[in-house]
Structures are given as C-alpha cells and as structure tokens.
Design a protein around this ligand. Sequence first.
Ligand code: PLP
Length: 382
Amino acid sequence: MQKKYLMTPGPTPVPSEVLLAQARPMIHHRTPDFNNVVDECVSGLKYVFQTTESDVIIFASSGTGAMESSIANCFCAGDKVIVCTNGKFGQRMTQICTVYGLDIIELSYGWQTCVSPQDVALALEENPDARGVIVTQSETSSGVLNDCEAIGKIVRDYPDCVLIVDSITGIGAVDCKTDEWGLDVVMTGSQKGLMLPPGLAACTVSPKAWKAYERSTLPKFYFDWKKYKKNLENHTTPFTPAVSLMIGLAESLKLMREEGIDNIIARHSRLASATRAGCEALGLEIFAPVEGRGSAVTPVWVPEGIDGKKLVSLLKNKYGVTIAGGQDEYTGRIIRIGHLGYFGDFDIITVIAALEMALSELGYTFERGVGIKAVETVLMEG
Ligand SMILES: Cc1ncc(COP(=O)(O)O)c(C=O)c1O
C-alpha cells in the first residue's frame, strides 16, 4: 500500500465529514429535506463570497460552466468587453467571448505579470462603451494573483459595465470581498477551496449584473440565471441537481463557517509562505512575481538540468505525492504545488520532504533538510 497525497490546485482533498455527508442515502430533490440543503448552500456560499447584495447561483457543472454563464447572461452579440489575460484561464475567457461573438479588447500579459489596474482604467477611458471587464483573480496556471479590489474601484464608475471575476481558485484561499470591492459576477468551482469533488459551480450576480441580464440577448437555456433565481427563491433548483454534491457542499460550508473566512484566508497565506520558504531554501525560484502571489498554489521553476515531467511523475509514483506540472509553454519547466482547501501544516512538510527526496534522486545538489527546516521556521515563527 502507498499512502497518497493530493497536492494539486484542483481537485483538492475532501474532508471526511464531507465524504460521509455525500455517502448518505439518496433523497428526492423536490422535498422539504432537499429544500433545506438548498438554503444552507445558498446562505453558506453568500458567506464565503462575502456578499449580502448579490444572488448566488449553483450549477451542476464544472467551473467553466459558470464562466460561460457569465458571458451568456450579461451580453449581446457584438458587445465590447475588456478581457484581461495573464495565463491559461484568462485565455479561456477570451475563447468563450469569441464563441459568443463579442467584440474583444484583450489586455494580454505574460504569465509572470499581474494585470495592471491602470491599464484597465485606460482601456475603459478609451472604450467607455465597453459592457464588461473580465479578470481572473487567482490565475491557477501561473499562481499570479490579480488585484480585483483596485479593478473594482475603477469599473464601479461605469454604470453599464459589469466586472466579471473568475475566482475559481480564489474563493476560500484569498480574500474576495464581492460587495465591498464592487464585483458583479464572481465564480468558483466545487473541487477547489470548497473542498468537494468536482461537479458543482457557483456564481454571484449583483444588481448591476441583473441589469445586464435584462438587456442581454445571447442564447442560454441550461445556464439561464433567471431560471435558477426563480427556483432558488422557492428553495429548489430548475433542473435535477447534483444532490449528493450539494449535501456535501452544505457540510463543507458548515466547516468553513466554523473556521471563519478570515481564518481560512490567514491559514492559506501562512501555508503559501511556508511552501515558498521551503522551495527557496532548496535554491528553487518562485515563478509568480513578488507583487502578485496567491495562496492557492505555489508555482516553482524546475532547476536547470532537471526534467520537470520526470520530477512530477517520480513524486507521484514513488512518493505518492501528486502535484501539478506546468501548462502550455511551461510544461516541464515549472511545477505547481497546490495547498487550497483542506490543508494544514504537515501537508507542507510532506510535500517539501518529498520534493527534497525526488530532487536528490534526480541529481540536484543541495543540503538535505534545509527545505523542511525553512518550512518549520515559517510555521513556528511566522
Ligand atoms: C482559475 C480557473 N478558472 C477556470 C477553471 C476551470 O474550471 P473547471 O476545470 O472546473 O471547468 C479552473 C480550473 O482549474 C481554474 O483554476
């Protein structure tokens, strides 16, 4: 037997309380029992999205479903949108907007660069008719954190322009104040900070986003927000929901409320610092820039002379630790250590210890133990 450790930025480990909740016998979704589950999910999600002003909608889909819904529900074909991209998931938003025939102004950055709020301000000054600004808060492909608070302050001054935020690996890992920052649509997926298996997505819809919905003419059926709103008001869902996942979600949201959103964010920040310190002590360089490092995933350059793909497979096959590799042009060149959701101090010790062993086996020279020592120092002394 080999004990397995899942340390990718999604799917993430699922706490036993949540696994057990999902294993309960099936219930019918048009019953008072399930109505209670829906209510718990909606109020818990509002808590983690930090909103009282927006509605929350839950889909039986992966995160990309919520991304697509944000476009289909807010715009008309030909609408001008400003899409900020600095990684794979920002690029996915551009792809979705292209499919829906939007007029895209792309603010495109390298994967190691944060989206500049000043560039967004300038793009809006030059294009006051833009109907949307789209940004990825926590860019999972690069570990870069974009400043949605600053972008929110800018977009707020444009009453006909909605700010759409992909926070799929942000929610439950980094601060995301939906109301306070003026974020109109914020989305997440179940297999991330919510500590569930894949299969659910959720998004918030602000009053400004409902205004956009009312004028939007893009085709939508399964992802039509109004259908969900009407049904959620009656404590149910328009289509057959992912019953077991929603029972699990109610449980994970209970755990999140018990810990408290500020404590959750602080725990992630501490674990991310410890991971970075461990890697840096081994002489590895962090991929994301100092000014924009998120807490969901630590991206690290693979050292010169080491095969990144081999490193990832050695960690998985020999040590039972699954981390993610790089994507697109960074395949084999960076590794990504996920610590999003159900993670604690000793998970970080484990991954850095495994990294030391695997790197050593691949011929990388360093003083064994320095990585773990650095992790312990951050965990013990802050
Ligand atoms: C930032 C971000 N956006 C979008 C997605 C897509 O979500 P899904 O794979 O659940 O459709 C992911 C998934 O990793 C992500 O990390």
